[in-house]
Design a protein around this ligand. Structure first.
Ligand code: OOB
Length: 540
């Protein structure tokens, strides 16, 4: 098995410890300490389930033994694909306790993605819910196991079917392992996949705990905070910015919402007196549309965080008047760096910027395409390094060479400006992925799928501006042989077993792609010119 590592240069690691960012805490110690301090306080609410801190700890420790009794060994990686249910928390803390390494997948992922994660992480376990939103994950697990036989153990929350149910894990009569070293990799997060397939992001106890502890402070979390997970819990944003982990760090209460729709979420806000929630921009728009007519009392809401994609100032400005709460913009990435507007910032900063970094030791560079710093206030490429930004992806030399500079800066691919006060304003990006309502889609990955169709000669996938989604995906396709119908091509994409959000929103057939006199133009230029011509025509 390829070892999991994430290391910072020794001088920097020493500095991060000296400054108190890395405190040698681990996930298991964290939960144990919170359970000691807040034993009877509610840790998590999901549907009719309500667990205190003491109960969450007891469940996590019990399940930790069950996973080991099943045959998983400390160090093994376990793909976790769960919806927003209480067991999300008991399972991941159980894995931490058993020194197993969660690999976080989204409920929307299908066989293509899960098999890729399982293979790349060399996973031996896979935790799913029996079904969710009308989809049977046990059938998916069977498909994945077929492709990746090393994925031996499937554990199901609910009816196990052919697999073992979480409630029926074998009894354990050994000793749970010693606690982890805080500089060890605690879990693998999934990259947005700006080029090709998603990469695995190894995060350590030290670096990740710092990021959500500091986030919880910035967001003023106290044990009285009630934080709702409305986005899929596996996303970095609702997990750690400050997310459910920051909430537990603060000894506060996590409310799992099974859906981010206003109907479901507003009822829960009323019932649980939710004070804080994080959304992507399209959902924030939906909530603002629904709020004036709702029969639910959502006045407990104090902070609405919006992030994952650019929230336009016109929309941002309406949050306080309509929802009666403070907006906080969050510009972050699973690789590390997270920026927040501060709760007491002037309205213009909250509305017009994407915030400033968590840490005084987040180093931010804004460079032109030749790698020179841009003038103050000019737009340029954002690079960053710091106490919770990774230095390398797992086992991917090619991606690492592209994404990191020799002195350890991560090239975010985002184009930003910095204000005199140090706040970042996102202008766009240099890479060719599509940011569809906060879900990042690699153009290259989708083009590869399209090219597998017998009637597709060539394909280029681009983002188009979309009033609701922010961006939608559009595939320009040159057909060969019989011209397929757009709807048929889309339906065929679905059968390939990839997440639904990756199926192009729009398919446009073209006769040819432009080539220069000397030959082919780069894919990047090609995508840009297809997008430009399409938008010009749409305008005319
Ligand atoms: C979050 O994480 P990822 O890894 O899904 O995506 C990161 C990318 C950024 O590089 C940027 O391109 C975009 O998403 N992004 C934003 C943004 N927040 C993220 N673009 C414009 N404005 C924003 N506010 O999306 C993520 C991780 C932690 C917290 C929040 C979001």
């Amino acid at each position: 098995m390829i070892p999991l590592t994430q290391t910072w240069p020794a001088e920097l690691a020493a500095r991060y410890r000296k400054k108190g960012y890395w405190r040698g805490e681990t996930f298991s110690v964290l939960l144990r300490e919170r359970a000691a301090r807040f034993a009877g306080h509610t840790a998590v609410v999901a549907g009719e389930t309500r667990w205190s801190y003491a109960e969450l700890l007891a469940r996590a420790e019990h399940l930790a033994g069950g996973f080991l009794a099943l045959g998983l060994k400390p160090g093994d990686r376990v793909v976790v694909q769960l919806p927003n249910i209480a067991e999300f928390l008991s399972v991941v803390f159980a894995l931490f306790r058993a020194r197993l390494v969660p690999v976080y997948a989204l409920p929307a992922h299908r066989v293509v993605e899960i098999a890729h994660f399982a293979r790349t992480a060399e996973a031996r376990g896979y935790v799913i819910a029996s079904s969710h939103d009308g989809f049977d994950y046990r059938a998916l697990a069977a498909q994945v196991q077929n492709e990746v036989p090393a994925l031996e153990h499937v554990v199901v929350v609910g009816e196990g079917g052919p697999f073992v149910a979480l409630d029926a894990l074998p009894a354990f009569n050994g000793e749970l392992p010693e606690d982890a070293d805080p500089s060890e990799v605690a879990f693998l997060q999934i990259s947005g996949g700006s080029t090709g397939l998603s990469k695995l992001i190894p995060r350590t106890h030290d670096d990740y705990i710092y990021s959500f502890r500091a986030s919880a402070e910035i967001c003023g979390m106290t044990p009285e905070t009630v934080y709702m997970v409305a986005l899929p819990a596996a996303h970095n944003f609702p997990m750690s910015s400050p997310g459910f982990l920051g909430t537990l760090h603060a000894g506060a209460t996590v409310v799992m919402s099974p859906s981010p729709s206003p109907e479901v979420a507003f009822a829960l806000i009323e019932r649980e007196k939710v004070t804080m929630v994080g959304l992507v921009p399209p959902l924030a728009l939906l909530w603002m549309q629904a709020a004036p007519g709702t029969k639910h009392d959502v006045s407990s809401l104090q902070v609405l965080q919006v992030g994952g994609a650019k929230f336009m100032p016109e929309a941002a400005r309406r949050v306080r008047p309509i929802l009666g709460c403070t907006l906080q913009q969050v510009f972050g990435m699973a690789e590390g760096l997270v920026n927040y507007t501060r709760l007491d910032d002037p309205e213009e900063t909250i509305v017009g910027t994407q915030g400033r970094p968590i840490s005084p030791d987040d180093e931010v560079l804004i460079l032109d395409d030749e790698g020179r710093p841009v003038a103050e206030g000019e737009a340029g490429n954002l690079l960053t390094r710091g106490p919770y930004t990774i230095r390398a992806y797992h086992n991917n030399d090619g991606a690492n060479a592209r994404a990191f500079t020799p002195d350890g800066y991560y090239r975010t691919g985002d184009v930003v400006k910095r204000t005199a006060e140090g706040y970042l304003v996102v202008q766009g990006r240099a890479t060719d992925h599509i940011n569809r309502a906060g879900e990042k889609i690699s153009a290259e990955e989708i083009e590869d799928h399209l090219l597998a169709h017998p009637n597709v000669f060539d394909a280029a996938v681009v983002s188009l501006p979309d009033d609701f989604l922010g961006e939608r995906s559009c595939a320009f396709v040159i057909a060969q042989g019989e011209m397929p119908k757009a709807a048929v091509l889309k339906a065929w994409m679905r059968t390939r077993g990839l997440a639904d959000f990756k199926v192009p929103d729009q398919v446009v057939f073209v006769d040819a792609f432009e080539t220069t006199a000397v030959g082919k133009v780069s894919r990047k230029e090609l995508r840009a010119s297809l997008r430009r011509r399409f938008l010009e025509q749409a305008e005319a």
